[in-house]
Design a binder for this molecule. Structure first.
Ligand code: ADP
Ligand code: MG
Length: 731
């Protein structure tokens, strides 16, 4: 075994950066060449078909079948010209991956001759063989049909010679089986609600969309080292391994120069991103060794989510070409920072006004405050469900681990805005305000919000939900997550809150209160009612956890507890009333997430058990034998008992220590297996997951502890697995 480890290290060390020749180095030359975007549609579609697709994108209109036929024909011509041979519906099932089923464009005509074919029906709707995707019981096996249906708001693209058509994925009876369907619905609810509130400020606005700019963190590991670690290869994280003597203590990796091999990989995947229209912009080293980040220019949220999903598949593929493996797991290495995916979120009008950006005039600032304060209230009201929507088994290793926010939602807005909200709370009165008071309020407080908060906002990196000058940054999201999951909750909660706000303000106006004053009064109420979600201090500290408990804020570090928020009556009402997810769909999601949780822990337990019994213990025993032989030799040579004991002291102690670790590992693995066997008798996934979380997961930590101790004792020459210091060092 050990020779495999050294072979892997040799391979990794001798790896040279891959040279790639790009067709062109100018991004603008290649940007979007593999996307069927508006410019290509214009060229390949009739005027009628083009207008129809554009109004489907801009106004959500339906596309009729006849037009769909024309669009399909245009898409096909373009795709074949670009070298595509297949087409596929591309969707995001709930197990986190993306799914594709590729069909060739080719068919046989009546004379048995091969022709290229793709028609409207195949574009609009398909029935992928979907019985293997999780459905939470919505699709019974005898009715295992799920449908994928075209989402024209996200353009088709060519990936590896296949024309990929972004689609939603729903059951035969219409329930959502994916992330995209409810996300689109939430965006629609948000659009309607925001436009309606905007009638107070700007009647010209017809559409509001959410914007998303994600920041994707990831690790890179050399391929041969990765292959020599079955835990990494099968679970996406290391189940054992002692943190290296020098890892991130010096934080010298952060913003340091990027190793040549890595930068060759980055240039390569970025170029492929540009071809697919993904506007990646920044790249840098992260805090941990081998950890990196990339971020795009923000886009409309549905498109940005698709681009993030596509980016992850793309990175996995390109990494292999460079003999790397990319890790999106939230916590691949214990004792080393995990990976997140910050979701920068804002609202933008069709006239490209950012509603979370303060503007120079008091009127614009009142509009800004309206959206800011309503968002804060929405996060306040649905903080538990927001935690549920970012919960996953891997993210539990990260949240609250002093490197990521705790599993408590709070909102950070910075000193300036905090001052503004406090002032508003004090200065607005429920009694009728005099014109002077109103003018003073507007000029004094609202007029003085600096136009650029970006630079003078104190950056609080410990907040899970921070205002960063012209957007909120949702930081608790895990690196492998589909961003749509948290956005579904956020968009819907904000939409719901804006609708309530509209009703309240209108009520006051009807009573004869002036519009501005009505808005002021309602905002003041929201400020007061959402106060407890605002927190400016250190989110990683124990004091905050205590304080949050006093404030009654939910703290849900265990994913299986966080999932329960899906079934809170308030959640069912929120998502149901806004037509985003029905109770049945929520129940299905609850089931699916718990099932995935069980499977993840199950796989980890199996792999760890196998590695412990078949790799680690035999290696430890082999080393014990070496020590034993040494002790025997010493005993033979040094017949004086006292002298012998003094000379063999270290060896004897080591032998005993190893015996304790070996024994404990063996016992714990056995107990873990028995526990799992018992728990597998529980039929319902939620209950099984809750028990797995409390009863199986602790074994993983306990066993790991003893293996890591052995790693420190056993001769490095015979240790079977690549160690952290090897995995985390790219030369
Ligand atoms: P930082 O590391 O300071 O958070 P980055 O430059 O890494 O900053 O990331 C900022 C992200 O925020 C980018 O993805 C950017 O596109 C996004 N962003 C900027 N403005 C908006 C906005 N109005 N809506 C959504 N995302 C935005
Ligand atoms: Mg950030």
């Amino acid at each position: 075994m050990a020779h495999l480890r050294f072979k892997a290290i040799d391979e990794a060390v001798n790896r040279n950066p891959l040279q790639i020749d790009f067709e062109s180095n100018r991004i603008s030359d290649v940007f979007g060449i593999n996307v069927f975007d508006r410019s290509k549609m214009k060229r390949y579609l009739s005027r009628e078909a083009y207008d129809s697709v554009v109004s489907a994108i801009d106004e959500g209109r339906r596309i009729d079948r006849k037009i769909a036929g024309q669009v399909a024909a245009g898409m096909k011509s373009w795709a074949i010209e670009r070298g595509a041979t297949h087409y596929t519906h591309w969707f995001h099932p709930l197990n986190g991956a993306t799914a594709e089923k590729h069909d060739a464009f080719f068919t046989l005509d009546r004379n048995g001759e091969a022709i290229e074919s793709f028609h409207g029906d195949l574009l609009v709707q398909q029935e992928p063989d979907a019985s293997s995707f999780p459905s939470g019981g919505i699709r019974n096996t005898f009715e295992a049909r799920g449908y994928s249906a075209w989402d024209p708001t996200s353009p088709a693209f060519i990936f590896e010679q296949s024309l990929c058509i972004p689609t939603i994925f729903v059951s035969y009876t219409g329930e959502a089986l994916d992330f995209k369907t409810p996300h689109l619905k939430s965006l629609n609810a948000l659009d309607k609600a925001a436009v309606s509130v905007l009638s107070y400020f700007d009647k010209e606005v017809n559409k509001v969309f959410a914007t998303l700019g994600w920041e994707q963190e990831y690790f890179l590991v050399d391929e041969s080292l990765y292959n020599a670690r079955p835990d990494l290869a099968l679970c996406g994280r290391t189940l054992m391994g002692h943190a290296a003597a020098k890892d991130q203590q010096l934080e010298d990796h952060y913003f340091g120069s990027i190793p040549e091999r890595v930068s060759a990989f980055m240039k390569h995947f970025e170029m492929e991103c540009y071809k697919l229209g993904i506007p990646v912009k920044t790249r840098h080293n992260e805090v941990a060794p081998n950890q990196f980040e990339c971020a795009p220019i923000f886009e409309e949220a549905n498109l940005a989510v698709d681009h993030n999903q596509l980016l992850m598949s793309l990175m996995e593929k390109i990494a292999r070409r460079h003999k790397f493996r990319v890790l999106f797991h939230e916590k691949p290495f214990s004792g080393i920072n995990g990976s997140g995916k910050h979701c920068n979120w804002s609202l933008m009008t069709d006239s490209r006004i950012n509603l979370l950006s303060p503007g120079g005039t008091p009127k614009n600032n009142l509009m800004f405050l309206t959206f800011l304060i309503n968002t804060i209230k929405a996060v306040h009201d649905y903080s538990a469900l927001l935690l549920g929507s970012i919960a996953s088994e891997p993210n539990t290793h990260r949240l609250g681990a002093n490197e990521a926010p705790p599993a408590i939602m709070s909102v950070f807005i910075g000193k300036t805005l905090n001052g503004v909200l406090d002032d508003l709370e004090q200065r607005i009165s429920e009694k009728k305000m005099t014109p002077d008071e109103k003018t003073e309020l507007k000029l004094d407080i609202i007029g003085k919000i600096p136009e650029i908060l970006l630079d003078n906002t104190d950056r609080n990196r410990t907040s899970p939900f921070a205002f960063t000058g012209n957007r909120f940054e949702f930081r608790a999201v895990g690196s492998s997550a589909n961003c749509a999951s948290p956005l579904i909750t956020l968009n819907t909660a904000v939409a719901d809150q804006l609708n309530k706000f509209k009703v309240e303000v209108d009520k006051l106006i009807e009573k004869g209160v002036k519009k501005d004053e009505a808005i002021f009064q309602c905002l003041r109420k929201l400020i007061i009612d959402s106060k407890k979600i605002r927190f400016e201090g250190n989110g990683y500290s124990q004091e905050w956890i205590d304080e949050a408990q006093k404030r009654g804020l939910p703290n849900l570090p265990d994913a299986t507890e966080a999932y329960k928020t899906f079934l809170y009556p308030a959640s069912i009402k929120l998502l149901g009333d806004n037509n985003v997810l029905s109770e049945r769909e929520l129940e299905a999601r609850y089931d699916i997430h718990n099932e995935i949780f069980v499977k993840k822990v199950q796989i980890e337990a199996r792999i760890l058990g196998d590695l412990a019994i078949n790799h680690i213990i035999p290696t430890a025993i082999a080393y014990q034998n070496v020590i034993l032989a040494n002790i025997k030799g010493l005993k033979e040579l040094f017949t004086d008992e006292k002298e012998f004991l003094s000379l063999a002291e270290h060896q004897l102690q080591t032998l005993k220590m190893m015996a304790v670790h070996i024994k404990t590992i063996r016992e714990q693995v056995k107990l873990m297996d028995e526990t799992r066997r018992d728990l597998n008798l529980i039929n319902e996934f939620p209950e099984r997951a809750q028990k797995y979380s409390k009863q199986v997961k602790p074994f993983l930590d306990e066993i790991r502890y003893h293996i890591d101790k052995l790693e420190l004792i056993v001769d490095d020459e015979i240790w079977p697995l690549p160690k952290y210091r090897e995995l985390l060092f790219i030369r």
